[in-house]
Design a binder for this molecule. Structure first.
Ligand code: UDP
Length: 195
């Protein structure tokens, strides 16, 4: 598939299934990969945040998470097949993980939210192994312990719900240390799952 620039942010022209297949290949490789979900808010944010723009433009997969991004890509003539919503992609990855036995770590949200999202995920995807959970409110002194906790849990997939752009910056800064094949920012996904 090709990439298209929307306001200087490179976005992958993928369907949901192509995104899942690409992520499957990243898991098979065993090497760390950064996945981002671009909506209009993230693209606008990136106009004033050069660091975020650089991270997105070097990410391994940036899915079109938003009608505005799909529209802007198509307006330029790009074959942008469909919207790939971050929440929906996270659910597909949880289902895939239950099926294939991939371990998932859920990091982020207010205290208790990741645990509630874990319970919902275990209910919805029987057999799913959640490798660990942790709230997304922490100080810089906690970071080394958080990285050790996640790394030690050896997940295939790390879902990080710290909000934009904190989750993208944190994942990029710690990508090598975490050594998790799929590191993906998921915004408010845990809040929705927790209900
Ligand atoms: N959050 C967090 N740590 C922070 C700031 C935010 O864990 O330091 C969580 C917050 O509790 C919420 C999520 O990040 O669960 C951000 O959700 P939002 O819907 O605002 O996501 P965005 O619109 O930024 O993608």
């Amino acid at each position: 598939h090709m990439k298209i620039s929307v306001l200087d942010i490179m976005i992958d022209c993928v369907t949901m299934q192509e995104a899942v297949d690409t992520i499957q290949r990243f898991i098979d490789s065993g090497k760390p990969h950064l996945i981002a979900t671009a909506n209009a808010e993230m693209v606008m944010f990136s106009q004033q945040d050069r660091e975020l723009a650089d991270i997105l433009n070097h990410a391994d997969l940036v899915v079109p998470d938003g009608a505005g991004v799909v529209w802007a890509a198509r307006y330029q003539g790009a074959p942008m097949p469909e919207r790939v919503a971050g929440y929906d992609l996270a659910q597909r990855l949880l289902a895939l993980s239950a099926q294939r036995g991939y371990r998932v770590f859920m990091f982020g949200g207010a205290p208790g939210v990741a645990e509630e999202a874990k319970s919902a995920a275990e209910r919805n995807y029987p057999g799913l192994q959640i490798a660990g959970t942790r709230s997304g409110f922490f100080s810089s002194e906690d970071e080394a312990a958080i990285i050790n906790e996640i790394r030690g849990a050896e997940p295939a997939i790390l879902l990080a719900a710290l909000g934009v752009p904190k989750q993208e910056k944190w994942l990029q800064a710690n990508l090598t240390a975490l050594n998790v094949p799929i590191c993906m920012g998921v915004g408010g996904t845990f809040d929705v799952m927790a209900g």
